[in-house]
Design a protein around this ligand. Sequence first.
Ligand code: OAD
Length: 230
Amino acid sequence: MIRLRDFERIVFFTGAGLSAESGIPTYRGQGGIWHEYNYEEYACQRAFDRDPDKVWDFHDLRRQKIGACDPNEGHAIIAEVQREIAGTRIVTQNIDGLHQRAGSREVVELHGSIWRVRCTRTGEIVEDFEVPIASRRSPAGGWWRPDIVWFEDSLDHDTIAAAQDAIAGCDLLISIGTSGVVFPAAQLPRIALQSGATLVEINPEETVVSSWYQHHLRGPASQMLTDLWR
Ligand code: OAD
């Protein structure tokens, strides 16, 4: 039986399944975003260069839907663990900002955030919570684009380094609600495996990376986290 209080340096490695109970659809599987929207039209730099307004319409809709959702019990427990166990770190693939809204701090956002925009001309990054975004054009004469890692983009070097650092030093890694198919994020938990940490996978379904984990909790994130913490 794993109990979070028995560990000192916990990493929560989170994916879309954590936010599913908030009402935000996952990407793959039934009802997944990439079944409804072809990423080549909505989520890559080529699509943005071709038709920025079409890509922004999609992202404004996502902002609207995400903005209408609240963090769930799973996010709340993670924030509580972070407050009580000082060495707790959060590495997320999610762009929805729900960890922060639940009270978590210093969240490593591997795939960026839907609540930040980046100027295509200067690279300036600013937070922007307006829905729809007030201006798609930046003052520098470029476009604001969502500060998200789209398909075919590279991950930010410092962000990857922060994730690697957190994972290399953990004694417990809990992966929650990720299919483990999007690289390089998917391979990060291997670092914990190599350094001898305990690895727990929370996911109602088996994944392609399940064999890395010593413990599998097959159920919804909020319930499984409650069992580990309460
Ligand atoms: P996926 O949609 O690929 O996988 C979601 C996982 O969550 C699946 O394995 C589900 O079985 C699991 N799941 C569903 N409901 C759950 C629940 N209540 N509790 C726990 N698990 C549950 O999402 P990710 O792995 O996060 O990239 O996808 C990785 C990346 O692919 C995303 O970050 C996104 C996407 O393209 C960007 O936005 C850049």
